[in-house]
Write a new protein. Structure first.
Length: 679
């Protein structure tokens, strides 16, 4: 196989100068990070965050090298630069901040720093007592060339005086002082000779979202259940009355299941029965009727104007509306009549309904994304997003994206984020890990996770170490829903109210984004049947009126947790998570710390909802810059109690009837070191 150098040497002479320059680039750049699949997909950040770039930068011999991170907003012509520094063993680091929405690109450039190399050699030779007169002349030539590159007349004049001493002075000590002066080094570093610089072949990308894509608390609510009469759908006007309640618990996002007209054909009754009564509302995911489809509002909820008023009222309470987008249709959807070719046809001429054996969804027709008219279908579905964007929705929870083509999502998400860069997309794909990850790579801002099924200490540590301590964190932002209308985990079914508290603390502190489904605060935990994760009398098929004023509600506890989250930057990111040893498998201990090192939260949770558990927690005193027997103060943010802990191992006792967790603010004597790569 012919090497790249052989190809350059053998190239015809018409481009000889350009190719010679390539051969003379002595610096090698390797292993640039972060990237996703070698740069095929962008990494993710939010506005104001840093991108810490690392690379191996090396050259032959003993010359000194210099390197920078080049970065710019996509579409800009000029590159900005951030300096890189040598960390260890030819590994270099540099960082830049992303301060606007959209897409940035970055790469690494490095070169031989001839002045720094000369200065280093000069010092060695002078220190060894050698004659350096010729070296001083060589240095003068380097300085003269830099002066020619300088555009600032004032700085040139100042260095000309230094150059005169360097080249023509009679006092060797004065010449050496001029050569090794900090002022001269600063001037030369700002005007390097980069004519033979090496630039990495790959230009990598970073997508920059707004903060809500990184940090937020979600509350899921069926607006039709917001009234007082279980025999009918509540309206948006009635649902508006619940907004202060949701806001009082400290949530940022109010997520609504589909709000579109619901089909009547094959409508499901209570508990997913096949026969619905005349007043049964049906599943909101069976979208479309004679009243309209994906850009219409279910008449029982009101009109599009009522929805607009609801969005505005939510904003007044500090809540942002997230809307469920489910790309499927009921048999009554206008699309079925107007575009039958957008659906899969069975041999008998009927349209194929959705199935997940043994489950059958006769009330839902999946779209055929490979139909002959696929271009019009794709564009129409993009129009659906745009319709709701025009009505104030900037967050979408996308239903089952893994059952639609990856290429469709890659196209539509890129188009939408280019036009509306503040839009956030949550992928609801509980499927194989690599499929979930690929959806995140191709454009989904957030992703549902396996958190719901990770209940033991070992499972939690293993899963969150992967999410936050490996390259997965560069593109996969988990949204930790403790429950959903589809998922009532056995841990909640068996553990009662205490189990709900445990899972809330875990979701809200392990992840920067988390959510609960309405009824969680009331500890609703009755399954459809033993071994099922479906709720009895599921709200997916009927109106559920709740008494949110119950004395045993967890609303106050939820409010307290969300207030702690907002007040502490350590909990605003998935990063900064470290697990710590305990001598009890039912006690889970971990810290979260902010990127600037100033905020440190230690969480200890009793995973056993039925029994008191106690034991010792090991603190990373060395990593915290403490002596082995140092005393630190910790404040429990849930109880306001203060403790003074000494040394590595400290005792914890958690009785679930009294408290399920400590959420401790650690008072260190000095801030932890700042690092954009904190773990």
């Amino acid at each position: 196989m012919t090497s790249r150098v052989e190809k350059i040497v053998a190239h015809d002479s018409s481009t000889k100068g350009q190719l010679d320059a390539q051969l003379l680039r002595r610096v090698v750049i390797e292993s640039v990070k972060p990237h996703v699949d070698g740069g095929r997909f962008p990494i993710k950040r939010s506005v104001g965050e840093e991108v810490l770039v690392e690379a191996d930068v090396l050259t032959d011999g003993h010359d000194t090298v210099a390197a920078v991170v080049l970065f710019r907003k996509v579409g800009d012509h000029e590159w900005c630069e951030a300096p890189m520094r040598l960390v260890d063993n030819d590994r270099w680091q540099g960082a830049f901040s992303v301060d606007t929405l959209g897409r940035y690109e970055y790469t690494v450039e490095a070169w031989i720093d001839r002045f720094a190399s000369w200065r280093q050699d000069l010092s060695k030779k002078a220190g060894a007592g050698q004659d350096v007169s010729l070296e001083l002349v060589e240095g003068g030539a380097l300085v003269a060339a830099a002066i020619d590159r300088a555009e600032d007349v004032k700085s040139r004049q100042h260095v000309l005086e230094t150059l005169a001493i360097l080249e023509k002075g009679n006092d060797l000590a004065a010449r050496m002082a001029a050569a090794l002066s900090d002022d001269l080094a600063t001037f030369m570093a700002s005007r390097p000779d980069r004519s033979q610089a090496t630039r990495d072949d790959r230009i990598l990308a970073v997508v920059v979202d707004r903060e809500r894509a990184r940090f937020g608390a979600w509350y899921e609510m069926f607006p039709r259940s917001a009234g007082t009469d279980p025999s009918r759908s509540a309206t948006f006007a009635e649902a508006t009355d619940l907004l202060p309640y949701v806001a009082s618990m400290g949530f940022d996002v109010l997520y609504l299941p589909p709000i579109h007209p619901i089909g009547r054909s094959f409508r499901k009754g209570p508990n997913n029965t096949l026969s619905a009564g005349p007043n049964d509302p049906g599943s909101p995911w069976a979208i479309g009727s004679e009243e309209g489809g994906h850009t219409a509002v279910e008449p029982g909820l009101g009109t599009i104007e009522d929805f607009d008023a609801f969005v505005a009222a939510a904003a007044a309470q500090g809540l942002e509306i997230a809307l469920d987008i489910a790309f499927q249709a009921s048999p009554d959807h206008p699309y079925v009549r107007e575009h039958p070719d957008w659906f899969r046809q069975r041999p008998d001429g009927s349209i194929k309904y959705a199935e997940n054996p043994p489950k059958k969804y006769q009330d839902i027709y999946p779209f055929n994304f490979e139909s002959e008219d696929w271009r019009r279908l794709w564009q129409e579905l993009k129009n659906v997003f745009e319709f709701w964007i025009q009505h104030g929705v900037r967050i979408f929870r996308v239903d089952n994206p893994h059952t639609k083509p990856f290429r469709f999502w890659e196209w539509v998400l890129a188009e939408l984020t280019r036009q509306y860069p503040d839009t956030i997309f949550l992928s609801e794909a509980f499927t194989r890990p690599k499929v979930m990850k690929h959806l995140a790579k191709i454009g989904f801002s957030q992703s549902y996770s396996y958190f719901t099924w990770r209940t033991t200490k070992e499972e939690i540590v293993e899963y969150f170490t992967e999410l936050t301590g490996t390259s997965v964190r560069e593109y996969f932002r988990p949204n930790l829903f403790a429950n959903t209308p589809d998922i009532l985990h056995a841990y909640l079914q068996r553990g009662g109210r205490v189990a709900f508290q445990v899972r809330l603390v875990l979701a809200a502190t392990l992840g920067a984004s988390y959510g609960i489904y309405s009824g969680f605060e009331l500890a609703e935990n009755v399954p459809l049947r033993s071994g099922s994760e479906e709720y009895l009398d599921s709200e997916k098929y009927q109106v559920r009126v709740r008494d949110f004023t119950r004395a045993d509600s967890l609303a106050e506890f939820i409010s307290q947790i969300n207030a702690i989250r907002r007040a502490h930057p350590a909990l605003h990111s998935d990063w900064g998570l470290s697990f710590h040893r305990t001598d009890n498998s039912e006690l889970l201990a971990y810290t979260k710390r902010s990127s600037d090192g100033r905020d440190l939260i230690l969480v200890v949770v009793n995973l056993d909802p039925a029994n008191m558990q106690h034991g010792f927690v090991q603190l990373p005193t060395v990593a915290w810059g403490l002596t082995p027997h140092a005393t630190i103060e910790v404040v429990d943010l849930l109880s306001t109690e203060r403790y003074f802990w000494r040394g590595e191992w400290n005792y914890i006792r958690l009785d679930p009837q009294d408290r399920v967790a400590h959420v401790l603010h650690v008072q260190l004597p000095a801030p932890l070191p700042s690092s954009s790569s904190y773990v």
